[in-house]
Write a new protein. Structure first.
Length: 128
């Protein structure tokens, strides 16, 4: 089963106008449990909701900002983009040495672990 992202489940918007829609906490918890992600279900179960079981929008926003801030801090601390370029430069050097014309693009299964993540193409772009 594909891993569900908490942030994708605790937010919803009307596609016609972008307005936030209510999200029922119990429905998200059940979806996560059905997917086998008990840890994520516990996290969502701990979020505040009103008497109707709708997640508190302010709490959701604070959580998303907190998570984003921590991911940004880790990205800056770990310098993953720079490390990736350092790791892959020898590969692109070897490809260029074969005479194969560019541009070269990297497509790897490990890049799918985070929806929407792409290698920094500005750093990986090479000329032939």
């Amino acid at each position: 089963m594909p891993q569900l992202e908490i942030s994708d489940l605790i937010t919803a918007a009307d596609p016609a106008n972008g307005q936030r829609l209510p999200v029922r906490r119990d429905e998200v918890v059940e979806q996560l449990r059905a997917n086998g992600d008990r840890r994520a279900a516990r996290i969502v179960a701990g979020l505040p909701a009103d008497r109707d079981g709708v997640l508190d929008a302010g709490a959701v926003d604070r959580l998303l900002i907190s998570v984003h801030t921590e991911l940004q801090r880790l990205s800056e601390e770990l310098r993953i983009g720079e490390r990736l370029v350092h790791l892959l430069n020898p590969l692109f050097t070897a490809i260029r040495a074969t005479g194969q014309p560019g541009p070269y693009r990297l497509a790897a299964g490990w890049a799918t672990w985070s929806a929407g993540w792409r290698p920094p193409t500005h750093s990986l772009r090479t000329s032939s």
